[in-house]
Each structure stands twice: as structure tokens, then as C-alpha cells.
Design a protein around this ligand. Sequence first.
Ligand code: NAD
Length: 426
Amino acid sequence: MPVSALDTELEWNSPMYQLAVAQLDKTAERMRLDANLWTRLRSPQRAYVVSFPFRRDDYQTVETVFGYRVQHLLTMGPTKGGIRYALDVDLGEVTALAMWMTWKCAIVGLPFGGAKGGVRIDPDSLSRRELQRITRRYVSEIVDVIGPERDIPAPDMGTDEQVMAWIMDTYSQQKGYTVPGVVTGKPPELGGSLGRREATGRGVITCAAEACRVLGMSLEGARVVVQGYGQVGSAAAAIAAQHGALVVAVSDVEGGIYAPQGLDLAAVNRWVRENRFLRGFPGADSVTNQELLLLPCEVLIPAAAGTQITGRNADLLQCRILAEGANGPTTLEADAILGARGVFVIPDILANAGGVTVSYFEWVQDAQKFFWTEDEVNRRLIDIMRRAFREVHALALREQTDMRTASLMRGVGRVKEAKRRRGIFP
Ligand code: NAD
């Protein structure tokens, strides 16, 4: 008798969900949030769990796969959020990510509520054909709950531009006409926005530059360490280097590379194109992902998995600024330690909001069938990120609190006002 992979208790009991709820609880208490609203915000408004068969390339092997789409808040407009393919995806993790999307959109002022999706599968185990097959089947399972006016997916860990193109195609095939606005992060040929690929990284570095300004430092010449050399991490590294920063270490799931004098990023990119992983890159020392977090640097950018900086290693971090490209990289315990040590933390819901901001631009361009130049996209993105950083920082000073609490207060506060205005149906 096969054991079902769906165990309701385990499904919710994820460290990321506990972290997201604990952050909300702390903020709600401080804001004296209405108890009913507080309860509503702790759980998603809608959560879909699907299971489906998936055939491997050898044709004989068939696996049962679980997929999710969670819509945390439907108050502000359609819901918006990425799709993650990873082995540890469960309902709790996807819900945490959806909740963070709600705060993120509210902080930068986008007309969306938070959502997130995921498929529990190891993306590194998939051939290109398998990746396409699993994507098309997952999309047909959730086709009724997504749509340009309903819920708009985007890339996240394990998914990219090509996966977004397949999502758009599958959805369009089922509707019978082309619907570019159902997904963002598409290739520009299909209605994707210029600048979307680098948007999250650009937002992270815009915030890091703002933090440098606040601390009286310069990003030029600063040492930068990046965990996770994917869509977010590689763009953040490249843009940091354009600002004159020295990118000294980067990593992927297999480990990292470290060169105290600075990495040649063009050579790193060539190596990754040819070898897929960073391992073996010549001219740099290899480090584990845990060692990488503890390297001496001015700016540390986690841009991979969640709960990386915990009570166990927060004391040992040597950075001055922690700019969270990843979602949920820092536990509450670590937050307290970093705060006491004077590390300037730019929280995920602010630092990585550049991705959803340009996704919003893409959705607007698709609706208007009128496309902007890359310069225009980048300029508007930098304006929005700078303004959001400065407003959150001013709130943090006024409330004498840290940037995470101030960001959450701003996000939760905006949602609270919108909910109050809409009232209760019926
Ligand atoms: P990606 O799949 O493009 O890249 C992820 C990178 O991290 C890869 O290099 C992978 O090898 C590495 N990695 C995976 N697991 C790891 C682990 N346990 N330890 C160290 N490295 C590991 O993903 P991405 O889209 O760049 O997303 C990275 C993070 O940024 C995620 O937390 C995601 O939620 C967040 N994020 C992404 C976007 C976006 O626009 N893509 C937007 C906001 C936030």
C-alpha cells in the first residue's frame, strides 16, 4: 500500500509558514491590529492542492506529483506571485510565500494581493522535455483559478522565462485565443517586459545602495557576497559590479566559489553556461554554502533558499548590510541577533520587490498592447524601489524599529485600510 505524500499536518508544518506567521503576529501586536483581521491574514483566502501523474522520458516511469496554488489576499485586485519547483515545496511554504507577496505588493503600492504556486519536484532531475510536460500538466490542473484578471503567476526558484512561455501557451490553448497577460516574466517575444529578467536583482542593489547612503558608506569598492547564482543572484552580482562593487563570492546548490580580490563575472557566466554548476571554476577557492555566509564583506545577499541565517550562524556573519534577495532567508531568532549586532537588514519584502514591480509593468504593457523601452522600465523600477526604501526607513526611524518591522507595518497597514474601506459582504 503506497503512502500518500499528502499529510495535512506536515503540509502546514513548514518552518517558512511558522516564520511568516510569527512575523505577522509580532507586527500585528505592535500595531494593535483588530483580532478578526489578524486571524484572517494568518491564513490564505484560497488554497488549491492538486495531484497528477507525471511520465518520465523513459516512458515506463510514472510518478505522482503534488502541485499548489495559494491566493493569500483577494482584497487589492488580482493575486500575483511566482511558481516554484523544488523538493521541499508544501502547502505551508507556498502559503508563507503568498503571504509575503501580499506585504510586498502593498509596500511598493501595486494593485495586487499575494499568491504563490509550486510543484514538489527536484528541478535538477528534469530533462527539458520533462520540464515542459510537468509545466503543461500543472497549468491545466490550475487553469480555472489563474487568469489576467484573477491570478497571475511569474518565475521563482526552478522556473524561468521558458517555463512562463509554456504556461502562457498552455493557458491560451485551453481558452482558444492568445492571453499574454496570464503570466509575467515571459520572453520579450511573447509580450514579456524588457528588464524583467534583471528586475529583482536591480531592486536588491537599488536598496543596497540606499542602505550604503544611510550608513555613510559607498557601494563602490564594497565587497559583495551572493548565495544562489540564479535569476536573482546573478543579476544582483552583475549590477553590483556595474556600481563598482567587488563581487568576492557566489554559490549555487552544490557550493560556492571565493576570490578575495573579486571574481571575473564574465568568466563565471561562461563557466556556468558550459558546466551548469559553479563547481570547479578555476581561479577561485571553493567554499560550502554555510562558509560563504560567514565570509568578510560589506554586503551579503542571500538569493537562494529560505531559513539560511538562523540562531546558529547569525553571530558569525561578517557583513555590514544584509540585503535579502531570497524569500524568508532569516529566522526571527537571527533577526534579533543581527539587530543587536547592528547589521543593517533590508528585508525580503522590500529588497526583492523589484521582481513583482516589473511584473506589474509587464501586466500593464500586455493589457495596453504598448511596450516600453528598457530604459523606461529600469528608471521607473529604480524610482519605485528608492521611494519604498526611503518611506520604510523614515517609518523605522519614527517608530524606532528595524526595517523588517517597519516594512511589515507599512504592508499590513495598507491592507488593513483597504479591507476597512471594502467592508464585509453581505
Ligand atoms: P533560481 O532557480 O533562478 O536560482 C536559485 C539559485 O539558488 C540556483 O543557483 C540554485 O542552484 C541555488 N540554490 C538552490 N537551493 C539552494 C540551497 N539550498 N543553498 C544554496 N543555493 C541553492 O531562483 P531565483 O528565481 O533566482 O530565486 C532565488 C530566491 O529569490 C528565492 O528565494 C525566490 O523566492 C526569490 N525571489 C525570486 C524572484 C524572481 O523574480 N525570480 C523574485 C523575488 C524573490
